[in-house]
Ligand binder design. Structure first.
Ligand SMILES: [Zn+2]
Length: 456
């Protein structure tokens, strides 16, 4: 059926009545069953991009609230068909209003300036500065880095990929990240992809991985937070967001990231030359990787990992075992910020806290109940980081170092220890004690964790 955008005429100065919230989303996913079975690319492109508008849509409300500036949607945009995700819709609305959007032309290898090229030569270094790389590539770090890695790993040749389709796919991926999110944006995705590359190079993995494994790993890393709205799952649930309903309040965001990635893969036709069977397998395995980044499932993955390590029965000749390790690798890549150098790690900490606090501000404004770690009046970066490191990062990286006891693992654990000590120093200088937040991490139900201590 025809799915249309309507103007987000929203009462931003008062809470949305419950009866309005409960009506939301009825149109948006009325054809959702077509997503995975529909061979018609035109229909597929209409389906892709689940963050939608309609006049009673809470999504529109919170996205407007999240935006730093008011989004004015012209009358001419009223009937724009729902071809695109929110990000691409926003661009098209700017187009209608005659506002120039910075172009993404600076993405070709030949256009890299010397410094960006120079950086790519060291893309496997753990101290790779993704923020600098993003500036040098004019905000195209995800496209530039992922394309380079595809080349470096020989994937273009091996899978006979059309480089124009590959670039188109990567540009769409990058554009579907929300650049206004302080944390969950394309730079985070590029950072996770770079970390994943570092893990794929580790001796235990590199000698066993097939090109197929590497392909899936890089695509999953690049798309693992696609179209992230900048708020966490509990927020979507308590605002009755249609994605929460669609995915039955379970791994809501991760499912959405995955389905969004599948939409772009199909739309780009990047693997159209492969058999249907292989494409379906690819979509399914990418899903397994992305869904593993749901931090509420961390204990299950970690205890499985620990059991394998205790028994010493991991056999990387076995494809299932390899894919399990790739899930663990992606989980590590996703929450590796505290394992980077202090200069990089501190920037990530500030960004993720800004996103949490922004959500908290919205929750306060609309009397939604402030989520744990999201209250800027009571929380501090230091407290949040120490809790995050203690209860989520250290256990995961401790096991990873058991699996892959390499110089990289020791480097990561070294930074983790130093960064934690630095935050404890900051904490001591501040008047409040960190005990309360530590307790929050320890006691909180995993599915009420904010999104990036569920850092996916
Ligand atoms: Zn993430």
């Amino acid at each position: 059926m025809e799915v249309c955008y309507q103007l987000p005429v929203l009462p931003l100065d008062r809470p949305v009545p419950q009866h309005v919230l409960s009506r939301r989303g009825a149109i948006s996913f009325s054809s959702s069953s077509a997503l995975f079975g529909c061979p018609n690319p035109r229909q597929l492109s209409q389906r892709r991009g689940a963050i939608s508008y309609d006049s009673s849509d809470q999504t529109a409300l919170y996205i407007r609230m999240l935006a730093n500036s008011e989004i004015e949607v012209s009358v001419s945009a009223r009937n724009v068909r729902r071809l695109l995700s929110f990000q691409r819709y926003l661009r098209s609305s700017r187009f209608f209003r005659g506002i120039t959007v910075p172009n993404s032309s600076n993405i070709l290898d030949d256009d890299y300036n010397g410094q960006a090229k120079c950086m790519l030569e060291k893309v496997g270094n753990w101290n790779f500065d993704i923020f600098l790389f993003d500036r040098l590539t004019n905000g195209n770090s995800l496209v530039s880095l992922t394309f380079h890695l595809f080349n470096l790993h020989g994937l273009i040749e091996h899978f006979q990929l059309d480089t124009m389709k590959l670039r188109r796919f990567l540009v769409m991926v990058q554009e579907d990240y929300h650049s206004q999110n302080p944390y969950h944006n394309a730079v985070h995705a590029a950072d996770v992809t770079q970390a994943m590359h570092c893990y794929l190079k580790e001796p235990k993995l590199s000698k066993s991985l097939t090109p197929w494994d590497v392909l899936l790993s890089l695509i999953a890393a690049a798309t693992h937070d696609l179209d992230h709205p900048g708020v966490n799952q509990p927020f979507l649930i308590k605002t009755n967001h249609y994605l929460a309903t669609l995915y039955k309040n379970t791994s809501v965001l991760e499912n959405h990231h995955w389905r969004s990635a599948v939409g772009l893969l199909r739309e780009s036709g990047l693997f159209a030359h492969m058999s249907l069977e292989n494409r379906q397998l690819m979509e399914s395995q990418i899903g397994d990787l992305i869904l593993a980044t749901d931090i509420s499932q961390q204990n299950e993955y970690l205890s499985m990992f620990r059991s394998h390590l205790d028994r010493g029965d991991l056999c990387l000749e076995n494809a299932n075992h390899r894919h399990f390790i790739l899930q663990m690798a992606l989980k590590c890549a996703d929450i590796c910020n505290p394992c980077r150098t202090w200069e990089l790690s501190k920037q990530w900490s500030e960004k993720v806290t800004e996103e949490f606090f922004h959500q908290g501000d919205i929750e306060k404004k609309y009397h939604l109940g402030v989520s744990p770690l999201c209250d800027r009046q009571t929380e501090t970066i230091a407290n949040i980081q120490i809790g995050f490191m203690t209860y989520l990062v250290e256990p995961l990286f401790g096991e990873w170092a058991r699996f892959s006891n390499t110089r990289l693992s020791q480097t990561m654990l070294g930074h983790l220890g130093l960064n934690k000590a630095s935050w404890k120093g900051v904490q001591r200088e501040q008047s409040g004690s960190g005990d309360d937040v530590d307790a929050t991490f320890e006691e909180m139900d995993s599915d009420i964790l904010p999104q990036e201590p569920r850092l996916s």
